[in-house]
Design a protein around this ligand. Structure first.
Ligand code: NAD
Length: 421
């Protein structure tokens, strides 16, 4: 395969567009709606100065893309990374539209990013970048407009700074402008573990669907961050054996299962999983291709591509990350009979808990963690069943079923609202 072909395959916007077009054709979506939904509603690019600790001024570039606001305020994370691109943010924004529609919560899709390398920035620099980026976007944000959340390399602290900056401009505290905040300033119980919890729910539903027991089920997880570590911990508690963990700086393998609680502690102390004694050190890329019952890519995009999909030995792939499988790899996995729980369903636990946080902030009434978890499980279970039923009725795979269900829901709302011209 040529480099250009692989580049195209790995462009997340192209990957999103390929699935959208396939699903839209299956739905016989009319031309007008097709045009509206195949491109983002609004793309904001900001270049802003920040005073660095060494006294120099650096210029940073940030994006915020609103894909669709048809079903409600924009919802989607903000990521900090040296290789954030507009195409990536566009793709992530449209995935948010489809994700919110799959789990049927009243949000549209948005996403943001700032090109920066957080590992090379001090806390003070990160705070100034966050506050200035927020102020550049100020008129576009708000509980009824666009509600950011954490994503790669952003966290509760980042959300606290955004909430504070927005509130200073409004001259009043506005907690519902972001989700994924610390609990003390309007965050929700259960939000931190929610994406991993959702991964566990859909993983167990997929196992049930294929008549495979959770007890002793062999699972390999890529990415030991928020999503991967929580999913691994919760699945281990449910009886599964986490036999492999792949991180960017090395992998771990133990056929008898890795003790996830000890690994979380080890990672906390050492900032890496490398050197952990409860498993053998292995090559990360090879780990994804080892025999297992469930593979959970929970790190980043484009990890299962035309280059390695043929060698995947998992029976089930649960996409904790956004966009881990390319459209070409999808076809290869389908031929092998791999059961995929697509990202827009598998990692929707995070946005579902974000929805709960937004509701609680607006009500000023906070729920117990058991209530959050129970409602989360209920929504994820029902959405899984709906997607699988849709896939069986329409003779399409789970990913296309999830897209069709979502596109149909968003299109239905736009049809009812009509076009304002
Ligand atoms: P995170 O930054 O907490 O963790 C990501 C982990 O993956 C890190 O430990 C990092 O070292 C590792 N990693 C990165 N690239 C890797 C690679 N190439 N190989 C192996 N390991 C690698 O991020 P997160 O919040 O856990 O998000 C992970 C994925 O899940 C992203 O795709 C994100 O968009 C998606 N997601 C996150 C949430 C959420 O609530 N946090 C919700 C929905 C989707």
């Amino acid at each position: 395969m040529s480099t250009i072909a692989l580049d195209k395959e790995m462009n997340p916007w192209e990957a999103q567009a390929a699935r959208f077009e396939f699903a839209a054709r299956k739905l016989n979506l009319d031309e007008g709606l097709w045009k509206v939904l195949s491109s983002p509603n609004r793309e904001i690019i900001v270049h802003f100065p920040v005073a660095m600790d060494n006294g120099r001024v650096e210029l940073f570039t940030g994006y915020r893309v609103h894909h669709s606001m048809a079903r409600g305020p924009g919802k989607g994370g903000i990521r900090y990374s040296p290789d954030v691109s507009l195409d990536e943010v566009r793709a992530l924004a449209s995935w948010m539209t489809w994700k919110c529609a799959v789990v049927n919560i009243p949000f549209g899709g948005a996403k943001g990013g700032v090109i920066c390398d957080p590992r090379k920035l001090s806390q003070g620099e990160l705070e100034r970048i966050t506050r200035r980026y927020t102020s550049e976007l100020i008129e576009f944000l708000g509980p009824e407009k666009d509600v950011p959340a954490p994503d790669m390399n952003t966290n509760e602290q980042t959300m606290a700074w955004i909430m504070d900056t927005f509130s200073m401009h409004q001259r009043q505290t506005v907690t519902a402008v972001v989700t994924g905040k610390p609990i003390a300033i309007g965050g929700s119980a259960g939000r931190r573990q929610a994406t991993g919890r959702g991964v566990r729910v859909v993983c167990m539903e997929a196992l049930r669907q294929l008549n495979m027991p959770i007890a002793g089920c062999r699972i390999i997880v890529q990415g030991f961050g928020n999503v991967g570590s929580n999913a691994a911990q919760l699945l281990m508690e449910a009886g599964a054996r986490i036999i492999g963990i792949a991180e960017y700086d090395g992998g771990l393998y133990n056929a008898n299962g890795i003790d996830i609680a000890s690994l979380v502690e080890y990672r906390h102390r050492n900032s890496s999983i490398v050197g952990f004694r409860g498993a053998d050190a292995v090559n990360s890329a090879d780990l994804l291709l080892q025999p297992c019952d469930v593979l959970i890519p929970a790190a980043t995009e484009n990890v299962i591509t035309s280059r390695n999909a043929g060698k995947v030995q998992a029976r089930i792939v649960v996409e904790g990350a956004n966009g881990p499988t390319t459209a070409v790899a999808d076809e290869i996995l389908a031929e092998k009979g791999v059961f995929i729980v697509p990202d827009i369903l598998a990692n929707a636990g995070g946005v579902t808990a974000s929805y709960f946080e937004w509701v609680q902030d607006r009500q000023g009434y906070f729920w117990k963690e058991e209530v959050v978890n129970e409602r989360l499980d209920e929504i994820l279970k029902a959405s899984f069943e709906e997607v699988v039923r849709y896939s069986q009725t329409h003779g399409v795979n789970n990913r296309i079923a999830a897209y069709m269900l979502a596109i149909d829901r968003v299109a239905g709302v736009i049809r009812q609202r009509g076009f304002y011209a």
